[in-house]
Design a protein around this ligand. Structure first.
Ligand code: FES
Ligand code: FES
Length: 169
């Protein structure tokens, strides 16, 4: 990345959920703030703001990342996915989202966007995960109200459904 002038705003271009996007930011601005305040993508939540709770997790070039620990300028040229891009259409939840709903794997939902993004990335690389592996993924996320057992049940069910769908493609 080239050296950036701290006092200047920089235009950053990237794709957001498959569409071209851009914002103009100072180098110190966080990706969470840019997504939420400049693009209105408020599905990415902000909890601890120092990399602990996981609720700000987005996918950057397919990898989960804490948006609160990422500078907005680092999005340049990247493919960013947020919770707004998870459902295939406004009228239809993704398989993972639907499984979360079926298993009551959320209550207040504050942590849910980040958890879904982490699981989405994990299931893409590990289609047949064990409950233990899923527990490991969830260990990077804090949920204060639901408990993790229904999330693991939902993720296992979603993984099975995704495998089944892959066979029938
Ligand atoms: S807000 Fe980013 S990890 Fe908590
Ligand atoms: S559902 Fe409330 S914090 Fe997780």
């Amino acid at each position: 990345m080239p050296r950036l002038n701290a006092g200047t705003r920089h235009v950053v271009r990237f794709t957001l959920n498959g569409r071209p996007a851009a914002f103009e930011v100072e180098p110190r601005m966080l990706l969470t703030d840019a997504l939420r305040h400049l693009l209105g993508a408020t599905g990415t939540h902000v909890g601890c703001e120092h990399g602990v709770c996981g609720c700000c997790t987005v996918l950057i070039d397919g990898m989960p990342a804490r948006a609160c620990l990422t500078l907005a300028v680092q999005a340049e040229g990247c493919e960013i996915r947020t919770i707004e891009g998870l459902a295939p259409s406004p009228a239809r939840l993704s398989i993972l989202q639907a499984a979360f709903r079926r298993h009551h794997a959320l209550q207040c939902g504050f942590c849910t966007a980040g958890i879904l993004m982490s699981l989405e990335a994990f299931l893409a690389t590990r289609p047949d995960p064990s409950a233990e592996e899923l527990r490991e993924v969830l260990s990077g996320h804090l949920c204060r109200c639901t408990g993790y057992a229904p999330m693991i049940a939902a993720a296992l069910e979603a993984a099975a459904k995704l495998r089944e769908d892959a066979v029938h493609v």
